[in-house]
Design a protein around this ligand. Structure first.
Ligand code: G4P
Ligand code: NA
Ligand code: NA
Length: 196
């Protein structure tokens, strides 16, 4: 999506260790008109799918997912992270390993809010190694829900998550895919995708 790529070029900051900071429009301050355009693009890309729920994970996926849910006119559920094991049979639970934060989280979603009737669109801000998405997929599987697709704002195409998800045959639509970035020059190269 050209609008998002242009914004990343303009306001994204490339940090050492292949980290892209997008705090001024996605991860800290949120540009809602931009999110609205992203939501419209996912609406177009997932046209015809019987999506009745948006699913994301706290924290930074929630803002985007809320705007997407508004565009699809459906509820949004966010999986919750907790550091403690929580023996609560009202929840589906899985573990997610964060490479960036070097932590393992328990991630839960209430059985009330994810059911076999649900056809979910999973939304998140970043896709790197894919650990967060694998956790969300596991929760949907435990719930017997159907995953209609995954929408990601920024995929880091040089990490393994995108290939992993696509190899499962899931429709994955990343609005910007970073092929490479250079913290010395700030240069960012995006993968060519069909542009609307
Ligand atoms: P993975 O889920 O794809 O495996 O990602 P990984 O463990 O590598 O990353 C952990 C967290 O860091 C995730 O947020 C992910 O969205 C975020 N992240 C990964 N690469 C980048 C990057 O280049 N820039 C930014 N800004 N974030 C990145 P999280 O643990 O879900 O935390 P939260 O911020 O959503 O609370
Ligand atoms: Na995230
Ligand atoms: Na994040």
């Amino acid at each position: 999506m050209k609008m998002l790529e242009d914004r990343i070029r303009k306001d994204g900051i490339v940090r050492e260790g292949n980290v892209l900071k997008v705090d001024s429009f996605i991860n800290h301050q949120m540009d809602i008109p931009l999110f609205r355009e992203m939501a419209k693009e996912w609406k177009r890309l997932f046209d015809g799918k019987p999506i009745n729920k948006v699913l994301t994970i706290e924290a930074s996926g929630i803002g985007i997912a809320a705007v997407v849910a508004s565009e699809f006119n459906v509820p949004v559920v966010f999986a919750k992270k907790s550091m403690s094991i929580n023996l609560d049979y009202d929840n589906y639970e899985t573990k997610i390993q964060s490479f960036t934060h070097k932590k393992i989280y328990n991630v839960i979603v209430s059985k009330k809010f994810l059911t076999p009737e649900d056809h979910v669109l999973i939304i998140d801000d970043f896709l790197a190694n894919g650990c967060a998405l694998l956790g969300l997929l596991e929760l949907t599987e435990k719930a017997g829900a159907t995953v209609e697709g995954i929408g990601i704002a920024v995929e880091k195409g040089f990490q393994q998550g995108g290939d992993l998800i696509r190899s499962k045959g899931i429709q994955l639509e990343s609005l910007a895919i970073v092929e490479s970035m250079d913290s010395a020059t700030g240069e960012i190269v995006f993968r060519d995708q069909p542009q609307q």
